[in-house]
Design a protein around this ligand. Structure first.
Ligand SMILES: C[S@@+](CC[C@H](N)C(=O)[O-])C[C@H]1O[C@@H](n2cnc3c(N)ncnc32)[C@H](O)[C@@H]1O
Length: 292
């Protein structure tokens, strides 16, 4: 007689019955080797795959997944396991309380760059240049907070400028940000009140010790600051000297160990300026401020 196990449904039936709850348990287990926030990331990826909010998924763990949702979720889990940073998978990141669209062609906005925005806001400028705008996070956050300001935002990368322009439209500030594909601020005529920049500042010597997720997945053009990490900052100082009005200011993000070298460079370009370093929230050297 043929034995039929009624307690175990056929595989296809079982897959069709996969629920949000079981998918989250499986996802958290699969991501545990690559991240310390495996459960949270599984929730974010399942929300992305289903188009539901995390709250809805957690409130209804019994909700079955469709075959398409399951396939999308499995693909996201596989790419996350391969080291792709979460924001590139969802195409979204939060910065200064705003949501930004991302592609792998732009740097993922970092919390320490919010210090740059805070320092810039303290100047209440009318004309600002954001050099190396990437996703546009700094320029857009400033435009949202400073409704009377006119902002120029540059990048060498045309792909980055497309993302930045999308973010400016998303937040209703596209009419006040002029995006330019340029080396530093070369096409802009001053005088302006403020130059801000989060330039590439990873020292060539430190490249190998960067986390693999950064080295392998974020754009090298956004990170590589050449020997010592100050190649772009050095050139930016000269450009700022040409652009800034008397009494204007330059704010530049830099690496935690670059404070002394950055101050020395700034002193050479601006012998009479007021120069200081502001720490980030973790207390590390982060922002070079030069006041003319
Ligand atoms: C560290 S990312 C910063 C992106 C964004 N502002 C942020 O804070 O997330 C540096 C950006 O500068 C751009 N960049 C690099 N060299 C440049 C140059 N010489 N002139 C203009 N932009 C440059 C890169 O393409 C990249 O988008």
């Amino acid at each position: 007689m043929k034995f039929v196990d009624y307690a175990t449904p056929p595989i296809t039936h079982r897959e069709a019955q996969e629920t949000a709850g079981s998918a989250l348990r499986e996802g958290a287990a699969r991501l545990a080797p690559v991240t310390e926030t495996a459960r949270l990331e599984a929730e974010v990826l399942l929300a992305h795959a289903t188009g539901l909010t995390r709250t809805a998924l957690l409130a209804h763990p019994e909700r079955p997944l469709t075959a398409e949702e399951r396939a999308r979720y499995q693909d996201l889990l596989a790419r996350r396991r391969a080291g792709v940073p979460l924001p590139y998978l969802t195409g979204r990141a939060e910065f200064f309380g705003l949501e930004f669209v991302l592609t792998p062609e732009v740097l993922i906005p970092r919390p320490e760059t919010e210090t740059l925005v805070e320092r810039a806001l303290a100047w209440d400028p009318r004309t600002v240049v954001d050099v190396g705008t990437g996703s546009g996070c700094v320029a857009v956050a400033l435009a949202v907070q400073l409704p009377r300001a006119c902002i120029y935002a540059t990048d060498l990368s045309r792909a980055a400028l497309r993302v930045a322009a999308m973010n400016a439209r998303r937040h209703g500030v596209a009419d006040r940000i002029h995006f330019l594909q340029a080396d530093l601020a070369s096409p802009i005529r001053g005088p302006v009140d403020l130059v801000v920049s989060n330039p590439p500042y990873v020292a060539e010597e430190e490249w190998a010790s960067l986390p693999e997720s950064v080295r392998e997945h974020e754009p090298r053009l956004a990170l590589d600051g050449g020997p010592g990490g100050l190649r772009v900052i050095r050139r930016l100082l000269a450009d700022a000297a040409r652009l800034l009005r008397s009494g204007g200011a330059l704010l530049v993000e830099m690496g935690a160990g670059q404070g002394l070298a950055a101050v020395a460079l700034a002193r050479t370009t601006f012998p009479t300026a007021h120069i200081r370093i502001h720490p980030d929230l973790a207390g590390r050297d982060r922002i070079l401020e030069v006041i003319l």
